[in-house]
Ligand binder design. Sequence first.
Ligand code: ADP
Ligand code: MG
Length: 435
Amino acid sequence: MFEPENPFTPGFGDTPSTLAGRDDVLGRIDKAMQRPRHPDRTLGLIGGRGIGKTAVLNAAEAAAHGRGWAVLSVTARRGGRLVDSLIQMALTPANWPEAWQEPAVRAGYSARSPADPAARSPGNLRYSQMGATLLSAMTDLAELAASHGAGVLITVDELQGMNDEDAEDFAATVQHIIRRERRSLMFLGAGLPVVERTLFADEDLTFFQRCRRIVLQPLDSAEVEYAITAAIEEASSSIGEDAVDAVVQEASGYPFMVQLIGFHAWEASADPAGGITAADVDEGIIQARAEMGQLFIQPAWNGLSAGAQRYLQAMTLDQGDSSTSVVAQRLDKSPSCAAHYRQELIDEGLAVSAGYGKVRFAHSALPHWLRGNPALPPPPDVGTTPAAAGRPIVRPEIEVALRADPLINAAALAAELGVTASYIRQVRQAMYGKR
Ligand SMILES: Nc1ncnc2c1ncn2[C@@H]1O[C@H](COP(=O)(O)OP(=O)(O)O)[C@@H](O)[C@H]1O
Ligand SMILES: [Mg+2]
């Protein structure tokens, strides 16, 4: 039997078979490639993990290749040496478009000037002895590009991992080449929201300060629908409306979740070529939630300060957006102290501001995981009534009772414990979600 391949790509950095909802961003990037003076020539993509930053970088790189540009693509890793790898890449003819390589090879490696493309090769000892700097390597490459009527795209992923030394060198060099010398170079970076307060706000790094930024937004319903149906149809299968709705509902616009659900629904199907059913999607959602927990939420959780962890938990007591002052109260912290934790969550892309004094989860899988995770301590809270003022640790007792019987009569339990029934219901909702 013909078994079509699963069209979903649930891995960080994987290029999706259909890139949904990013036409505007890619349109801007494409326009910038056509116009050397365009302000988007230096552009940063901002967003939490899994929102699709690397996917956009990949698409932009493909577009640049299509235009006959050279593409230098690096990822800033802590402890890595980004500038060195960029120099190395710029000097390696294999990284240039083919049309540029041949003349260089034909000219032979006998050329003596490092400015001569023929001399550029990692194997060319003479050249490396001369010590290429980022500035010399980029200038030469931009010159070479210009001679072919093309340009150079530099992409830097995981900008938040760039060390100071690399950032300074990179900023000074690229600033000089793009803004001062007006050469055909384009910079496209991607990073977590924290870079808005660090790299892009650093007064000593005016290059980054002056970069345009795009905050990547979650996909809207139509875009999720497109992402899921187009991928399935491209694999010569189909999916019903109900099943699509379930994906839209669960994914809340988060591309990584779309891929996870799609992937697992496809795997769950007995005959994926015959169509993906609502039951397949239901199964896919269960698997996707579990994997979101393992691959994404747990590692993110482990990286948070204890205060930020408590802040997230305190947010689970709300169904919609949380009020920052109420959360501060629940944590028994001053607003300014609580704001610190909130900022940490926003930096990491786990929470987003929902307007003045409001905050919300960046993704609905987070509260799901937090509420359903028995390994976590109960969320902090001040939901007790005055009558229970003398018994501040009432919440664990409620949780124990609810765990024994999730449908327990709220009013009766409230009377027994000296709290309000609505508080019991709130805890129940926090533990089990809407029922
Ligand atoms: N616009 C999109 N439409 C569909 N799937 C996407 C889209 N953007 C990203 N994805 C998928 O989502 C997952 C996460 O994307 P990625 O680019 O790695 O996120 P980030 O770099 O922001 O962490 C990948 O599996 C990718 O294939
Ligand atoms: Mg990425």
